[in-house]
Design a protein around this ligand. Structure first.
Ligand code: PSZ
Length: 496
């Protein structure tokens, strides 16, 4: 059908059919080369350098974006190395806020659109909820369902992490209201009152979230975000309940009793809040939790904590949502971090984005909405992102990247632990799964100085929480990259 349209156009324009066909293929077949990965950082200027500064001043005329660190040369960046517009080549252990799965300019991604059908999927972006292409169901099945958490047989793609969580919350509330109605249809009063945001059509329901959590910046996901005030201040939000996420003492093996008590305290608090919500409102219909609280400071929870939360959700028949936006896609050594937790069964919903390249949510079939158009927007995702994700997942398998990540993660965590033992005044609480590692500094000022000095010696790292340095390298981060990072960090620490 598509080529039929092109041919009729070609007849009107007088261009012979075969010429147009050839033109399309030659565009699609463009081959982009990937230069070899550098072996070490190379710094030419301070960062941001003069070109970055000029570009920032150009950008500032149109938007307030003082968050920009530096401008990037995406032609020159390769593998684990990001190259800025001033020619500085840095080992990137932050990777676009943890969202580069297999490094910059991976050949598998550069060639992902080298076919007419892939190119057409890219340019003819469908409203997937109403006009999906013939291959959409196959693509979802072959790509996203190939890594679906066990027991979650439903999937919907979305644009970003925040809107994945927003839609997950709707599923929680629909499930609750469906039970309340006992199967009857919506009544007139509900249909009218929801139009002016009043009960009973707009019920007083909520989602339980945790202090230090981050779940996005759209209205409902921002109501569940508690990492930094600057994300929230001045924004009117639902007054939903917040409970404590465990804060452990490190090293874990020296504080077993204290940390177990912390789990029990936090579980008791969560259960209390859920229980009380039924008396005082808003009624909690589900819980959202990160497997590792990332933005809030890389706070880990034990298996007992995540299992206990699941038990509480089951007891109250509310929905257990694990937000894998930052942890999903492999950095912990498994595709989903919650696979480590030995849960009795899957969470009810798992949201994703970042390294998965498309946003979206997996969920149990009991959560399928009964009416159409309830989980919906214009695009509901993007087939082009699934083409890229397909290439990513194939690369993860063919290059054994989960195993590689576990190996380099061990080198990282052992190295961080060694450094904290040698510099106990500056570093503490080394922790991590896979390469998803972090270490705390004694003060925020020290953390910021370390990050700045790391940049000067060619390592681009990030912070989180008040004092943590966090590592979020791509899955192609190998043992030699871990050693290089640790050597640079040691150089910086020795300079204090
Ligand atoms: O400042 C920001 O907006 C940032 S910095 C890092 C993120 C956002 N992470 C996004 C994120 C996340 O880490 C978790 C666990 N859940 C949801 C989100 C929201 O995803 P996006 O940004 O795609 O909407």
């Amino acid at each position: 059908m598509i080529s039929g349209r092109i041919f009729s156009l070609s007849n009107r324009t007088g261009i012979p059919k075969f010429q147009l066909t050839r033109k399309l293929s030659s565009v699609a077949a463009t081959k982009l080369e990937t230069p070899p990965e550098p072996t070490e950082p190379r710094m030419l200027t301070a960062v941001p350098g003069p070109k970055s500064k000029q570009l920032h001043s150009d950008l500032s005329k149109m938007q307030s974006m003082d968050s920009v660190h530096f401008f990037v040369d995406y032609d020159a960046s390769v593998g684990n190395y990001i190259v800025d517009v001033d020619g500085n080549t840095m080992l990137d252990v932050f990777t676009q806020i943890s969202s580069v799965p297999i490094g910059y300019n991976h050949p598998a991604l550069l060639s992902a659109f080298n076919s007419d059908s892939a190119m057409r999927a890219l340019v003819n972006r469908p409203a997937l909820g109403v006009y999906p292409g013939a291959d959409w169901a196959t693509r979802l099945n072959q790509v996203l369902m190939s890594v679906a958490p066990q027991g979650l047989d439903q999937v919907t793609t979305m644009m970003c992490g925040s809107c994945s969580n927003e839609n997950a919350f709707k599923l929680m509330h629909f499930y609750h209201m469906e039970k309340e109605r006992g199967g009857r249809a919506f009544n007139q009063q509900e249909m009218e009152s929801c139009m002016i945001n009043q009960a009973p059509g707009t019920p007083d329901l909520s989602v339980l979230s945790f202090h230090g959590g981050f779940h996005g910046r759209t209205a409902a996901s921002l109501a569940c975000t508690h990492s930094k005030y600057i994300h929230k201040i001045d924004v009117p939000l639902a007054q939903w309940q917040v409970s404590d996420f465990p804060r452990y003492k490190y090293p874990l093996d020296q504080f077993v009793a204290e940390n177990n008590a912390e789990d029990e305290r936090c579980l008791a608090m969560a259960e209390d809040v859920i229980h009380n919500s039924r008396k005082t409102g808003p009624t909690i219909t589900g819980v959202i939790v990160e497997p590792i609280q990332a933005e809030g400071g890389d706070h880990h929870g034990s298996n007992r904590w995540f299992q206990g939360l699941q038990d509480i959700c089951k007891k109250y028949d509310i929905i257990y949502l694990i937000d894998e936006v930052q942890t999903g896609g492999g950095p912990t050594g498994k595709i989903w971090c919650h696979e480590w937790f030995e849960l009795a069964e899957s969470p009810d919903i798992v949201t994703f984005s970042k390294k998965m390249l498309t946003g979206g949510l997996y969920h149990k079939s009991k959560l399928r909405p009964k009416q159409p158009y309830r989980i919906f927007n214009t695009w509901v995702g993007d087939p082009g992102k699934l083409i890229l994700l397909d290439a990513v997942l194939k690369t993860i398998r063919s290059e054994n990247l989960l195993e590689e990540t576990s190996k380099s993660g061990t080198v990282l965590l052992d190295g961080l632990t060694d450094l904290q033992n040698r510099f106990p005044g500056y570093l503490n609480s080394a922790r991590g799964r896979g390469t998803f590692c972090a270490i705390n500094c004694d003060t925020t000022d020290r953390r910021d100085k370390i990050l700045n000095q790391l940049r000067e010696v060619g390592v681009h790292a990030g912070g989180c929480g008040d004092t943590a340095i966090r590592l979020r390298p791509a899955l192609v981060f190998k043992e030699q990259h871990a050693h290089l990072f640790l050597n640079k960090l040691e150089t910086v620490l020795k300079s204090f």
